[in-house]
Design a protein around this ligand. Structure first.
Ligand code: E4P
Length: 221
């Protein structure tokens, strides 16, 4: 399972990248709007820090606008994956970009039918938004199950990228289903990393070792 960070926050990206936990990044206009500074500069920095794929999203809504933006974004670095919305013109842009060897991530996917069409058009990744489906009273993880099954049945080369993840259990469920990638807000990666019993256990080990040191003043290990 690959872990991407779903953020445009450079400090969080550096923090988790230094631990070897970041296989890639997904950004979107909302995530960039939360950061201070020039968004183009932020995107350039992210592309340099992370070795894996970095999804940068277009904001145009016609195929022509998306293609023009995609070509500009691709100049940020070879690991840029162009994020394209799941609309008719988006799929037209995906097909053209695929023919040029540019990878795409089709975003805002909310049904298995949309995922099939994005894969047929040539997307490298499809991003079903499970948290937003859960919020709307639908079972987001059921959608992942469907898409993974269909892609397996037909050996589609498109990666299922689980997006809009809201809690660590989503990650475990996505892993059990066999989704290729989960993209996580940094807070969720932080929650996955910690456990109260780890902290309790470590503090017991350290205080017991203090006792050992008192009994053996010259001890060095
Ligand atoms: C995916 O690439 C999106 O950036 C993201 O997962 C959206 O999640 P949200 O529903 O938390 O905004």
């Amino acid at each position: 399972m690959k872990i991407f960070l779903d953020t445009a926050n450079v400090d969080s990206i550096k923090k988790y990248n230094d631990m070897g936990l970041v296989d890639g990044i997904t950004t979107n206009p909302t995530l960039l709007s939360r950061e201070k500074g020039n968004p183009a500069e932020i995107m350039r920095q992210i592309v340099k820090i992370v070795k894996g794929p970095v999804s940068l999203e277009v904001v145009g809504t016609t195929a022509e606008e998306m293609l023009e933006e995609a070509h500009r974004l691709k100049k940020y670095g070879p690991n840029v994956v162009v994020k394209i919305p799941m609309i008719a013109d988006g799929l037209k842009a995906v097909k053209k970009l695929k023919s040029e060897g540019i990878e795409t991530n089709v975003t805002l996917v909310f049904s298995a039918n949309q995922a099939i069409l994005a894969a047929k058009a040539g997307a490298a990744y499809v991003s079903p938004f499970i948290g937003r489906l859960d919020d709307a009273g639908q079972d987001g993880m059921a959608l992942i199950r469907e898409i993974v099954q269909i892609f397996k049945n037909y050996e589609f080369g498109t990666n299922v990228l689980v997006a809009s993840v809201r809690h660590p259990l989503h990650v475990i469920d996505a892993g059990k289903i066999g989704a290729h990638v989960v993209t996580l807000p940094p807070e969720i990666l932080g929650k996955m990393l910690t456990h109260p019993l780890t902290d309790k256990g470590l503090s017991a080990f350290l205080s017991d070792w203090e006792k050992v040191k008192k009994e053996n003043p010259n001890l060095a290990i």
